[in-house]
Ligand binder design. Structure first.
Ligand code: HXC
Length: 518
């Protein structure tokens, strides 16, 4: 080979590493951000990354673009391993046209996604982009649409994880919305259009933070599944998340032995549920107690806090946990918590992750706000998601399981495989006080009209109702639950059920797809 040819290759490779140039790299660093390359280096096992299309450049000539070409065109794509497992990646390079998505940029992402889908390995996006590249007009919209299409086709086939690591707008947030998990770095932003466009369109002055800061999306919109203090922490979260997941929908999640005894019991569980049924307790204590190494990787921990979701392991196997949280709103199901749980259940089902459900729910949240907001349609998603899921489903009723919320939280009749109850479980259409007031409304009204004190009568009937329904044994008599268990043995009982269900196969009628409420 002529010496010059090799030199040229080396020079071009060095040039491609500079992205938008040294000054813009320094700007990126000054903002406390890593460059796209540095992010990939942190993500991938050392020396494992192989880049694709590093010499690609845009073909645009409008707006003087023909004079501004950067090797790689503002996105780095390729493959390598993360903790030894094949993973595909693309990282927006904000130093080149603000990481905006042009025709070639989009084609690069489409190519790496096609490969990921073909070989069945996760795709990780590291986003830092102003969205569709304005100078490229409709070509950039096509590029964005090609990405959206692949996000959709990949959904339920390979895990799709994205970290938002800068100000992201337009297509740089819609593609994440189509993916499975979004991690936001604290000084990053997500909005459909940035503050400048908001000002031009609506005359509103709004800060980046107010419009789409990480905390807004963690606490209010629920769009961010995880928050990281910086780029490095975001990459760590991606790695941790991947460790729970299979490579694709036809594989099982990896087994990770944490050295925890499957027969371990926990006496503390006997003390968790307070004697007063209206007193809250932290359901996380139950979850942590039963999982391997007491390790629970919570998802969307700041949004819809009345319901907990996340990953853990039981005897080395990945499980998805869904649980009501009595600490917030008494663990009631509302619009946000139904959406949160339903999407998580569907993710677990798509990726062969068994679902463990812990129930303590007083019902669906009543009231005009919820009704007008569409609790009927949003709440139905949970019924749909559990019924549709064919992965092993094990449910433990800890305390209350009332009404429609009982049906929704992995009940026997949404085809949960094993339903267990603690002796503190209460399974009923509604709580005793409400039930008595509905059932005896006319009698109580008459008594009040006759000047009688109804409180004593209510107390007596509530007591009778509780004795009849506020325990797990009526349900146990009917086989609605499979067993009432000693709380301290929850972990070993769950593990035995999970082992038994390991090879579960359940068929559903053939269809194109269901019609879940949206
Ligand atoms: C081309 C862009 C760009 C874009 C940013 N830049 N966004 N170039 N197309 N979409 C360029 C800027 O001109 C600037 O170049 C450089 O990137 C850095 O941007 P700054 O504005 O200086 O940075 P910052 O102040 O941090 O603000 C970042 C930003 C802002 C919030 C992303 O640039 C912004 O509001 N951009 C537009 C966002 C937007 O409305 N996108 C929607 C596109 S439509 P110079 O050379 O001056 O440094 C879309 C279709 C989606 O995506 C379809 C959905 C279904």
């Amino acid at each position: 080979m002529p010496y010059d040819a090799l030199e040229r290759l080396k020079d071009l490779i060095e040039l491609s590493k500079l992205g938008g140039g040294r000054e813009r790299i320094e700007q990126q660093h000054r903002k406390g951000k890593l460059t796209a390359r540095e992010r990939i280096e942190l993500l991938m096992d050392e020396g494992s990354f192989h880049e694709l299309d590093r010499f690609a450049v845009h073909q645009s000539t409008d707006f003087g673009m023909d004079k501004k070409k950067y090797l790689g065109d503002g996105v780095i794509t390729g493959y390598g391993t993360v903790n030894g497992r094949l993973t595909f990646v693309y990282a927006h390079d904000f130093t080149v046209f603000g990481g905006s998505i042009g025709e070639i940029f989009g084609k690069k992402i489409a190519k790496v996604m096609d490969l990921a889908i073909k070989v069945g390995a996760p795709i990780v996006g590291l986003n830092d982009s102003g969205g569709a590249r304005i100078q490229e007009g409709v070509s950039s919209l096509i590029a964005c649409s090609e990405i959206f299409y692949r996000n959709t086709i990949a959904s339920g086939v390979i895990p799709q994880i994205v970290a938002i690591m800068g100000p992201c707008a337009g297509a740089a947030v819609y593609s994440p919305a189509l993916m499975d998990f979004i991690i936001m770095v604290k000084n990053s932003f997500m909005f459909v259009t940035g503050p400048e466009v908001v000002k031009a369109a609506l005359g509103q002055e709004v800060s980046f933070e107010e419009l789409g800061g990480a905390m807004i999306h963690a606490k209010e919109s629920g769009i961010a599944h995880f928050i990281a203090n910086d780029d490095a922490e975001a990459i760590d979260l991606i790695k941790r998340l991947l460790s729970y997941l299979p490579q694709n929908n036809s594989e099982e999640p990896p087994l990770v032995d944490m050295g925890d005894d499957p027969n371990r019991t926990d006496k503390n569980l006997l003390k968790i549920v307070p004697p007063d049924p209206y007193k809250p307790y932290d359901m996380r204590e139950v979850i942590r107690s039963v999982l391997d190494g007491n390790e629970f990787f919570e998802v969307q921990s700041m949004w819809a806090k009345n319901l907990i979701i996340g990953f853990g392991r039981l005897n080395s196997m990945t499980v998805g946990v869904v649980a009501n949280q009595p600490l917030y709103l008494a663990g009631v199901l509302d619009i946000d918590s139904s959406n949160k749980a339903a999407r998580f259940v569907r993710f677990c089902d798509a990726f062969n992750i068994p679902i463990i459900t812990f129930v303590d729910v007083p019902g669906y949240l009543p009231g005009t706000e919820q009704e007008r907001g569409g609790i009927i349609k949003h709440g139905s998603k949970l019924l749909f998601a559990y019924s549709e899921a064919t992965v092993p489903k094990i449910t433990v009723i800890i305390r209350k399981a009332y009404g429609g919320a009982y049906c929704a939280m992995g009940s026997k009749y949404s085809k949960a495989d094993i339903n267990l109850a603690w002796p503190t479980a209460e399974i009923a259409v509604m709580g005793p006080e409400s039930a008595v007031r509905v059932l005896y409304r006319k009698q109580l009204k008459r008594m009040r009209e006759e000047g009688m004190d109804t409180e004593e009568v209510v107390k007596r009937i509530v007591k009778e109702y509780k004795e009849r329904f506020a325990n797990p044994y009526v349900a146990a008599e009917k086989g609605i639950i499979d067993d009432v268990i000693n709380p301290e043995e929850t972990r070993p009982v769950l593990i035995k059920a999970l082992e038994m269900l390991k090879d579960k196969r359940e068929a559903r009628p053939l269809k194109k797809h269901g019609n879940i409420q949206l």
